[in-house]
Design a protein around this ligand. Structure first.
Ligand SMILES: [Zn+2]
Length: 410
């Protein structure tokens, strides 16, 4: 099966100038040629798809920080309680609808940043087998946290139990075992929580939760399996220690300095700023979220710091990725595109934001897409308009046509 898609412009994901009046030839699930329409002509046996006047053809987007097991409730207590009455099968089935909703908005790849049990690992496999329609998903299973740490969610009553949502580990041996357990369950990468804000106790906004030895132990184990480690971080020394002990991607990373930025450039550490979740805090009142006044001060300070970090990272040439934290205060599907808009608001060009969400994100995910080039998977997006002029078009589903592996899915 061959398809030729012609569009007014082709953005290839590399950051190069768009090809005016371009075309992409697809055979089965892969791209076999890209160039000017005039040069590609009308190859024999190919279905021709005219994207139309003013249209743009670009790689499918990726969101590298989502939580498909959660619905995006803003109130902290509601978020903690929402899975209490749901079986893991129910969580996975609901996650399938979230994954589909996100695919329909042009996101052909996702990275799930921790979920109960193996729910999203199983969903990813079901999609891969073609049983369920959804984006390509890389999942970590349960996140690894120190006992009582950020992802172990302290504060439960003695007569209740919080278990299997994340995996509490302690000591270098404990963390190595934790990584092995998630890998055994089918994890594509390991998520850790190395540093964490304690908004209620001012002065320890960048508290390091894991010891350097624990971080190094997880990273060493992951390296032996050839997989990446992602870390939830806040900033300062704890972020620096997380990076130098070998993680591949840092999430959030609000508070940085020259030393941290330099180390990220030197090591090629991916930076996932998750601007949307920071901004989202301010679309609700503290009461609607159930946060204390001191936590609110943390939210304000970390938001301000993150804009500065983004600018410094861009200037230094850090690999900037596009991830929202959807599932946590953010519903799945209608808002993921806003991270691109916020990257632009933070000083990236529209083209740089698109590169973050396509080529750089797919490099992080190790999925052979995110670029329009011969040999790549045909995960593509036709936009009715020019996102380089108006990035918000990506938020209008009736102006998007989505292909995954050469097959139209929206
Ligand atoms: Zn998250």
């Amino acid at each position: 099966m061959r398809k030729l898609i012609r569009a007014d412009r082709v953005i290839d994901g590399s950051g190069a100038k768009p090809i005016e009046h371009g075309a992409v030839l697809i055979e089965n699930e892969r791209i076999i040629a890209v160039g000017r329409s005039a040069d590609l002509g009308a190859p024999q046996g190919a279905d021709i798809i005219e994207a139309g006047q003013g249209s743009t053809l670009m790689p499918g987007l990726a969101d590298v920080h989502v939580h498909l097991a959660y619905s995006g409730l803003p109130h902290k207590k509601a978020f903690r309680a929402e899975l209490i009455e749901m079986s893991y099968a129910a969580v996975a089935l609901r996650a399938a609808t979230y994954a589909h909703a996100t695919l329909r908005m042009g996101f052909t790849a996702l990275r799930d940043m921790h979920a109960p049990g193996g729910t999203i690992i199983d969903l990813a496999a079901s999609i891969e087998r073609g049983e369920t329609i959804g984006p390509r998903i890389k999942a970590c299973g349960r996140g690894l946290s120190v006992t009582g740490g950020h992802m172990d969610q302290p504060g439960w009553a003695d007569h209740t139990a919080f278990r299997d949502m994340t995996q509490p580990c302690d000591g270098p041996v404990g963390f190595r075992r934790g990584a092995r357990e998630e890998i055994k369950r089918g994890a594509d990468f390991i998520k850790i929580n190395s540093s964490c804000s304690d908004g209620d106790r001012i002065g320890i906004w960048n508290r390091q939760e894991m010891t350097n030895e624990e971080i190094a132990s997880v990273c060493d184990e992951a390296r032996m399996w050839g997989i990446k480690v992602a870390a939830h971080t806040t900033g300062g020394d704890s972020l620096y220690n997380t990076i130098v002990n070998g993680v591949d991607t840092v999430e959030h990373a609000h508070f940085t300095d020259e030393r941290i930025i330099e180390e990220m450039v030197r090591r090629g550490t991916f930076y996932v700023p998750t601007l949307l979740v920071n901004e989202r805090n301010f679309e609700f009142t503290p009461e609607e979220q159930g946060v204390s006044p001191s936590s609110w001060r943390w939210l304000i300070a970390s938001r301000e710091a993150k804009w500065k970090t983004l600018q410094a990272a861009r200037a230094a040439g850090v690999k900037i990725c596009c991830g929202t934290d959807a599932g946590y205060m953010i519903p799945h599907g209608p808002m993921n595109w806003r991270e691109l808009q916020l990257l632009v608001q933070g000083g990236l060009t529209e083209m740089e934001a698109i590169v973050a969400a396509t080529a750089t994100n797919h490099e992080l995910l190790e999925i052979d897409a995110g670029r329009i080039a011969a040999g790549k998977l045909a995960d593509l997006l036709i936009v009715d308009g020019n996102p380089l002029k108006e990035i918000a078009i990506l938020g209008q589903p009736d102006r998007l046509t989505v292909f995954k592996g050469g097959v139209r899915v929206q």
